[in-house]
Design a protein around this ligand. Structure first.
Ligand code: F6R
Length: 609
């Protein structure tokens, strides 16, 4: 967790660091800090609270420095206090360090350093790094060597950047946590950050660093080496993300912007991959026959990505392919036998979720073939899986995943389609033309909802409820779960998602006239009949019923409210229903004045297990 940034160049770094931290705040937002080097020692400013508080403070003090590092924190070791905020240093302020990751052997290192008389002022694992560096600096007199030696002592995961007093240099290294390099060679400016949006306003030339890489960046000069000091080449790529995508634009919140840009995101997901007229799906990197040895598919994911995996797995199950969806953090216990005929699909927006990477690595150790479905090119999952299918949704900054759920569910459904073409005895769809045509029109269906929804009014009506329940069957069950996750995550209200038929096995005890039930109908007559019965059972106990259903659906006639799902194939109806639910969550949270883009205690990219 946490976001780090470093910048070296000719000219002041402070504004660049602050912009970078604002763009990285989705990774953690309980404290923030920067350190700059300006020829008169290292100046550190850090405090608990948001980046904007730090920015206000810095505007008054106006520190300057052409070389700097910055950090925005999501606490793992110690509460969000000024002392625990990064950058960390020593009593001499000879070095300053920012770090994302977890140093697993920090207890031992700390004890050893304390035995040498070193004093610690924070609860963090990170603080061992500046002390180690200073020890080695005193021993060797050479800061690059000191940095390498310090890093060699660390066990666990880290993306780390360091300044040394009186040197126009940033030292950085990565092991198990993301670190991206940005360069504007003409300006002699280099950036290191946890993610590309941190510096996208300044350059689109990036290199995704690898584990074991050490970077020595000076204005006009950059070297990347391995831990031993051998120079390594890292390919510079141009990212095609628009810097505007990393700003809020005319929106109050990234979440609403990201809900609103779903038609474009989804069009990008399917662009060039489907031909509704021919009835074909063409996924680059997945040629005919690639899955012919697969006998079982296991999908691993967390949170919203888990719900997208549940959605995608339905297509496989319906086609008779053995498919199981596992919470990545339980995979070690739940996976059952894995062998070379198992295909493991790691679904992860960020490509950096520690639980999901753990499951992916476990699958690889057991000999499974692996694919990741991810949004982030160059992410750890994209590099470690055998193959990657990119969802192409563009950067998602709001902590609550919205557009990426839709794009993941669609990308997974397309991957499922490709699998059924290869896996022996799988049934391929006999309605493929209708299925792909409806997918082709899905972005328009979302636009229709965005143009004429009544989410604001509806969330006001149910604003004082005790709890909110979401029910659905099959694909609509995964949408019910996702609807509830989104609702609780950003409103802090109690919300639960269930399979429709499960309500009567316990949760019904919670149902009262103050617990609206959102029932999701897809237009699949047989399934909808059952959901309607379960919805009526809740209604009979006084619950207000909100039908999220196609226009003219019979459920609308019994419901207190109807959120309309535009006409589509039943396979895609759940994704349209989900957009309605995203909007309800958003407006409910807005009316409660919640910090929608940065819900308490959460962060977008969870890089700890
Ligand atoms: C919820 C949310 C989280 C993530 C989860 C997995 O809105 O965003 O539940 O879905 O932390 O993250 P990724 O997809 O990056 O692996």
């Amino acid at each position: 967790m946490c976001g780090i940034i470093a910048r070296v160049g000719n000219g002041d770094s402070v504004d660049t660091l602050l912009t970078g931290l604002e763009n990285l705040e989705y990774r953690g937002y309980d404290s923030a800090g920067v350190a700059v080097q300006n020829g008169h020692g290292i100046k550190i400013h850090k405090q608990s609270g948001r980046v904007e508080d730090l920015a206000t403070d810095l505007r008054e003090r106006q520190p300057k420095g052409n070389v700097g590092i910055g950090h925005t924190r999501w606490s793992t070791h110690g509460p969000p206090t000024d002392e625990n905020a990064h950058p960390h240093s020593t009593s001499t302020t000879n070095v300053a360090v920012v770090h994302n990751g977890v140093i697993e052997n920090y207890d031992t290192l700390r004890e050893e350093l304390q035995a040498k008389g070193r004093e610690f002022t924070s609860d963090t694992d990170t603080e061992v790094i500046p002390h180690l560096m200073e020890e080695y600096l005193e021993e060797t007199g050479d800061s690059e060597t000191a940095f390498r030696k310090a890093v060699e002592e660390l066990e666990g995961s880290y993306a780390v950047a360091a300044l040394v007093d009186d040197e126009d240099v940033v030292y950085a290294a990565r092991q198990g946590s993301p670190l991206v390099l940005g360069q504007d060679e003409e300006a002699g400016e280099y950036f290191l950050a946890s993610d590309v949006p941190a510096f996208l306003e300044y350059t689109d030339e990036v290199a995704f660093l690898e584990d074991g890489d050490v970077v020595i960046a000076r204005p006009d000069d950059l070297t990347v080496t391995d831990l031993e000091g051998n120079v390594v080449e890292r390919e510079i790529e141009r990212v095609d993300w628009d810097p505007e995508e990393t700003g809020k634009g005319r929106y109050d919140h990234f979440m609403l912007k990201e809900i609103d840009t779903q038609p474009t995101a989804l069009s990008n997901t399917i662009d060039g991959r489907i031909d509704p007229v021919e009835g074909t799906v063409d996924l680059e990197d997945f040629p005919d026959g690639i899955f012919e040895d697969v006998r079982e598919v296991q999908l691993v994911a967390c949170g919203t990505s888990y719900h997208a995996a549940l959605y995608g797995a339905q297509s496989l199950k319906q086609a008779g392919v053995r498919a199981e969806v596992h919470r990545a953090n339980e995979y070690e216990l739940s996976s059952g036998p894995i062998d070379e005929q198992t295909l493991v699909i790691a679904v992860t927006q960020s490509g950096e979720t520690a639980d999901t990477l753990g499951a992916l690595r476990r699958a690889q150790d057991k000999g499974a073939s692996t694919v990741t479905v991810t949004n982030v090119v160059g992410s750890t999952a994209a590099r470690e899986a055998d193959e990657a299918l990119f969802i192409r949704a563009g950067p998602e900054i709001g902590v609550a995943a919205t557009k990426t759920f839709s794009s993941q569910a669609v990308a997974l459904s397309l991957l499922a389609h490709r699998l059924t073409e290869d896996v022996p005895d799988a049934d391929t769809r006999d309605d493929v033309t209708e299925y792909l045509s409806a997918l082709h029109e899905l972005p328009d269906g979302i636009s229709e909802i965005l143009d004429r929804h009544k989410a604001e009014e509806l969330s006001r009506k149910y604003r004082d409820s005790d709890a909110y329940f979401f029910i659905g069957r099959g694909m609509a069950n995964s949408v019910a779960k996702e609807g509830a996750l989104k609702f609780k995550e950003i409103t802090y209200e109690h919300a639960e998602g269930f399979a429709s038929g499960e309500l009567k096995h316990g949760p019904l005890a919670l149902v009262t006239q103050d617990t609206p039930v959102f029932a999701i109908f897809t237009g699949d007559e047989e399934q909808d009949k059952k959901t309607r019965k379960n919805a009526e059972e809740a209604q009979a106990r006084g619950a207000p019923l909100v039908a999220v259903a196609p226009e003219g659906h019979e459920a609308a006639s019994i419901a207190d409210e109807h959120l309309v799902v535009p006409d589509t194939h039943p396979v895609w109806a759940g994704l349209l229903a989900n957009v309605q639910l995203q909007l309800v969550s958003y407006y409910a949270a807005d009316q409660l004045s919640r910090p929608i883009d940065k819900p308490r205690n959460l962060a977008k990219s969870v890089t700890v297990e």
